[in-house]
Ligand binder design. Sequence first.
Ligand code: HEM
Length: 491
Amino acid sequence: MEYTFILSSLLNPCSLISLILIVLIFVFRSSFRLNSSRKLQLPPGTLGLPFLGESLQIISAYKTENPEPFIDERVKRYGNVFTTHLFGKPTIFSTDPDVNRYILQNEGRLFESSYPSSITNLLGKHSLLIIKGNLHKKLHSLTMSFANSSIIRDHLLVDVNRLVKLNLNSWSDHVLLQDEAKKITFELTVKQLMSIDPGEYSEKLRKEYVLLIEGFFSVPIPFFFTTYGRAIKARRKVAESLLSVVRERRKENPSSGNGGGKKNKDMLEALLEEECGLSDEEIVDFMLALLVAGYETTSTIMTLVVKFLTETPLALAQLKEEHEKIAAEKGYSGSLQWSDYKSLPFTQCVINETLRVANIISGVFRKTTADVTIKGFTIPKGWTVFASFRAVHLHQDNYKESRSFNPWRWQDDLASMSSIGNGNSFTPFGGGPRLCPGYELSRVEICVFLHHFITHFSWVPAEEDKLIFFPTTRTVKRYPINIQRRNCQVE
Ligand code: HEM
């Protein structure tokens, strides 16, 4: 009887689809029952459709300018922490600042970062974003010490100023701001990593790198003609290119791996000096992680600061005043010094507000390494959790009129807050053992960019553009603007 049904299903497409659906529902239901049978109190919610879960709903929401209803509706129905099913996995979605903090702080104990293999293939298995345990601790603290305030002040700031000015001077009177900002952040990272100035090497590397980045946001089908397939190939080329620099440096400095204790000239030298003796492959994956982590994030904030300011003329006027004062003192031809950076309170408010509203990293995925009980719920071992920063940043309990861009809201808090964020309700750079090591550097880069841009150009949007949030936070048309130079060249 069953055979007859299956056979006729094969001949009849409608029945075949019904059969597949029945099997899917059965598998899906049994996996859900498995948890109930272990008497685990999951947060309320729905797993949505078999296999697809609620992925299509979240994707279609994040592809619009206003993705908030996806979260708002579920929070209203189920509360701040709810169960859903995203990108192939049952997921606990947290919009609760305390739960998010708990997830971030317990990285390596109850939770661990987890990426699909399609992403790991692009990042490399030794990437800082992926490695765990002691090696992660060591390399994370190495990165933090390389991008700390005194290193930025004494070493990196000179090049940030120089490369930002170089780029601004090369602009025509019509630019796609998002692309230009990406070029700036890429060149800055290459310089900070390997002391290589913009030129033939960095341009060639950038072309491959752009293909690699596209792979992160594509369907992971590894054929040579697909975006993902091209990204895999580009990854190989980028790795080879970085490897050649690593090998050259090893030749120049054969004593690498001895610790040393002296000040390193760049990140690569610090890696080569690392006492545990990193392999070439580990160093290449590490450099690639820094290129990936700082590129899209910082450049998008640079673009969106300009977009939000353009839409908020009062804020733009106040910011201009702050920067004009410093620029005028220098005759419009100096660099932004560390002391200047520290004396721009309204600029810090504008950067905070852009980070809060734009949410470049809308949250982080983690996997539980044990059953975790929190706020009366139990999340089973091996489940995915998503700590949503976006939901916290845009909730009215945490920010009054939370959905509007209002840089003045930060004015009273600024003195008491650090560059990382404040408390549990502002975490654009994450937290805990995986706190973004670039949190200060990115703020400095954005600030230097704003300083030279605002004091040397006026601009108008060339077309209407809109902000969307899937597959990443970006403006659809890459924010085209027409610019006019004021105060001559950026010297
Ligand atoms: C506006 C700019 C930036 C934002 C919003 C941002 C945000 C974040 C966030 C939220 C995380 C935590 C990820 C997690 O917990 O899984 C992170 C990690 C990281 N960021 Fe950033 N980031 C920015 C710029 C940078 C820059 C300029 C660098 C370069 C030094 C950088 C390097 C990294 C690295 C290497 C990690 C991984 C840390 C680890 O897993 O141990 N980021 N970033």
